[in-house]
Write a protein that binds this ligand. Structure first.
Ligand code: ADP
Ligand code: MG
Length: 322
């Protein structure tokens, strides 16, 4: 079966001169004049696939907004408007009220106005949010501008949302407090809007980590025509995961898990001080995890070994090179 990315490339990728950036980045960019670019993105959450139907509807509403605002963050955009298309298999008003409160709690935090949408009945609960923002013309952060010798940075802690999923599935056990952290990251991720905005003019490339660290680093590498080398040891994670970071489930969560919605970005060595200042100002940990070099795809270095990660379609498999 064709991969998600093959389907997009084959059937949905068409270019138009009026569009500054179309299919292939976190958001599309459309020049609307007046020194501004419109930044637009959409994401769907499906009940049973992206969340459990038994989950708190507030968290589902919150996450629907978060995953979209995270894509705007990855472009350095200021969010402004949203559209909501929702398919409901029921008309449980307690659920809908909870969902609406969660959705608005994040939209209001960023002054985003819901300006339209569609409400339908169907067999499966499906939520599609479209988010719209703006950036000064030509300043958006993109996946395709990583430059040789750039540092590779990530915000926050990586693998936490994925471990939240393992906790939710009962596959791993931690203290109650740590489990709460993991589940909070899974269900209520914080879109890094302020970080994205601060990185405009500093980062050369950026992406939000929704498919997993290696997969998303792979998207930057592919689009920029470079190789990204990541030092596994330097990847920041939750303190409770540090000692077990080489256990398979935890290692896979750090390298492959999605659901963190942190930003991965690249920038020149000269920007290190500015980035440290942004980290202090925002109270958000920013960590250098690797470098951009010539080549293809992503290489993860660990314990003197290099693991080559396929560049095609993001994360496909690991193959040891040594
Ligand atoms: P993200 O994880 O950042 O939300 P995706 O991996 O979902 O991005 O999508 C990758 C790119 O493909 C994005 O630019 C997205 O807009 C585009 N895309 C995904 N599905 C479709 C589709 N059905 N039609 C057109 N473009 C699509
Ligand atoms: Mg994205």
């Amino acid at each position: 079966m064709a991969s998600e990315f093959d389907i997009i490339r084959r059937y949905f990728e068409h270019h138009s001169d009026s569009v500054k950036l179309g299919v292939g980045d976190d958001c599309a960019l459309i020049d609307i004049g007046d020194g501004k670019d419109l930044v637009i993105t959409t994401d769907t959450l499906v009940g049973g696939t992206h969340f459990l139907l038994s989950e708190d509807p507030f968290a589902i509403g919150f996450k629907s907004a978060a995953v979209n605002l995270s894509d705007l963050a990855a472009m350095g955009a200021t969010p402004k408007y949203a559209l909501l298309a929702i398919t409901l298999p029921f008309s449980d008003e307690v659920w809908i009220e909870g969902f609406s409160k969660g959705l608005y709690s994040l939209l209001n935090q960023y002054d985003v106005t819901l300006v339209g949408g569609d409400t339908t009945r169907g067999d499966i609960l499906s939520i599609t949010l479209t988010a719209i923002g703006f950036v000064a013309s030509g300043t958006a952060l993109r996946r395709d501008h990583a430059i040789l010798d750039d540092d590779v940075w990530v915000s926050g802690s990586i693998g936490v949302g994925a471990v939240g999923l393992l906790v939710q599935e009962g596959v791993v056990k931690f203290s109650n407090e740590d489990e709460r952290d993991f589940l909070r990251q899974l269900r209520k991720p914080a879109p890094r809007i302020e970080l994205g905005q601060n990185l405009v003019g500093i980062a050369n490339a950026a992406i939000d980590i929704s498919d997993g660290l290696v997969a998303d680093a792979g998207h930057v590498a592919d689009k920029s025509g470079v190789q990204i080398v990541i030092d596994f040891e330097t990847i920041p994670t939750h303190p409770a995961l540090n000692s077990s970071r080489r256990e398979l489930k935890i290692k896979n969560s750090i390298l492959e898990g999605g659901d963190d919605y942190e930003l991965l970005f690249t920038s020149t060595i000269d920007s290190r001080d500015q980035i440290e200042n942004i980290s202090c100002d925002l109270g958000l940990v920013l960590t250098r995890i690797g470098k951009v070099r010539s080549g293809l795809g992503v290489v993860v270095r660990d314990d003197g070994e290099e693991l080559i990660v396929s560049s095609e379609g993001g994360f496909d498999h690991f193959a040891k090179t040594k």
